[in-house]
Design a protein around this ligand. Structure first.
Ligand code: CP3
Length: 354
């Protein structure tokens, strides 16, 4: 089914937005910029709205999720909103008992580690996604010509939370399962691809103008395992967008060895973490893929001249790619001074527009 006639990419609201043009390989007059985790604890208005409330409950309250999504767009003047939600929301909506612990992340008390655990996993009921659709629709109605980016967790990263039962340093149990029981692994990743793919599709159908898959923990996987045991499932997640013509973006940490394989997923743009200079990334990608990134989040607390020199370097290296969307190399740290983010937006826009 194609995008509806009232979708912002079809009725023209976001078609010429700098972000969309850049994802499609163009160099708009204004270099687009947004920040991963721009909605969140760095903003006092977020902390006030969230005070005391449960994180996942907030994600599923449409008015609240929409308002939180809009906060950083209003404050910073970024070129995109990123939908306020979490990668484990579709897991919760499919009936898995998951919660988010502040300062830690997603926690699952009954981890999924065996064939019978995987057999018990149910598909997501399309009706369960209603609050997501509603929140996206409310947000897009407010955003006008600013595109909303929909997102989802990639199957590997989701599986890592399910198998480990929470955040982990090396994903040892996850990689052990991948090799000791390849059939269970494949079934688990297919399930992850389908719930996350449906979550992504719901956002795009409801009005998101781009779709980003986050594979935050993929850096622990070898190139060979990525190709054989992970990439087909990431492709399956994106396949849920078939027929919906929105730019597809991939972001992962520590992806320098697997950029060719990521390009092979058929994505329109690739997000790069802060460790790999964008000119090198672009070279690995064959020089024909738009890149996104990669200001080091650590430098957000540095004096402005230091940060500015770093931003200049990122912009300079980004010029070697066909197109560049400025972002951080990972999420905004909660203790970031929001004025620094606003300053980066003004600087990047000013530089690109003379
Ligand atoms: O602006 C945005 O980017 C908004 C939406 C967003 C959130 N999580 C909100 C959130 C997005 C895109 C995510 C993705 C996400 N969630 C990822 C992939 C990106 C990445 O950071 O690598 C991952 C791995 C998660 C899992 C997760 N959820 C973690 C590790 C945490 C942090 C726990 C903590 O307290 O430090 C969360 C919670 C979370 N997700 C918060 C927000 C705003 C903080 C919760 C709070 O305010 O109490």
């Amino acid at each position: 089914m194609p995008l509806s006639p009232s979708h912002p990419l079809i009725d023209g609201r976001t078609t010429q937005a700098p972000l969309i043009r850049a994802y499609r390989g163009d160099r708009p007059e204004r270099t687009p910029v947004w920040f991963m985790r721009q909605a969140g604890r760095s903003l006092p208005e977020y902390r006030e709205l969230r005070a005391g409330g449960d994180m996942l409950q907030a994600c599923l309250t449409p008015e609240l999720a929409s308002e939180i999504t809009l906060q950083p767009v209003r404050r910073h003047g970024v070129d995109a909103g990123i939908f306020f939600s979490d990668i484990v929301v579709p897991v919760l909506l499919a009936g898995v008992d998951v919660r988010i612990e502040a300062g830690r992340g997603p926690v699952i008390d009954a981890p999924i580690r065996s064939a019978s655990d995987v057999l018990r996993l149910r598909p997501i009921d399309p009706d369960a996604l209603a609050p997501v659709r509603e929140a996206v629709a409310l947000t897009v109605a407010e955003l006008g010509s600013t595109p909303l980016i929909g997102f989802a967790g990639a199957p590997f990263t989701l599986a890592a939370y399910l198998v480990e039962g929470g955040p982990s340093k090396d994903q040892l149990r996850t990689r052990a399962l991948m090799h000791s029981d390849p059939h269970t692994w494949a079934a688990l990743l297919n399930w992850c691809a389908d719930v996350t793919g449906e979550f992504l599709r719901a956002q795009v159908e409801a009005g998101a103008s781009a779709a980003q898959l986050f594979d935050s923990w993929i850096g622990s996987v070898s190139q060979r395992d990525y190709l054989r045991r992970v990439a087909p499932h990431s492709r399956r997640a994106f396949d849920h967008l078939r027929g919906l013509e929105v730019p597809k973006v991939h972001f992962g940490l520590g992806t320098d060895r697997i950029l060719t394989e990521i390009k092979g997923l058929g994505v329109d743009a690739v997000g790069i973490d802060w460790r790999l200079p964008l000119d090198e990334a672009s070279e690995h990608l064959g020089g024909d893929v738009p890149v996104q990134g990669n200001i080091d989040p650590a430098l957000l607390s540095a004096p402005w001249p230091t940060l500015r020199a770093h931003v200049d370097d990122v912009l300079e290296r980004g010029r070697t790619a066909p197109a560049h969307v400025v972002n951080l190399g990972h999420g905004v740290p909660p203790e970031t001074d929001p004025d620094v983010l606003t300053g980066i937006v003004r600087y990047v826009h000013g530089e690109s527009q003379g």
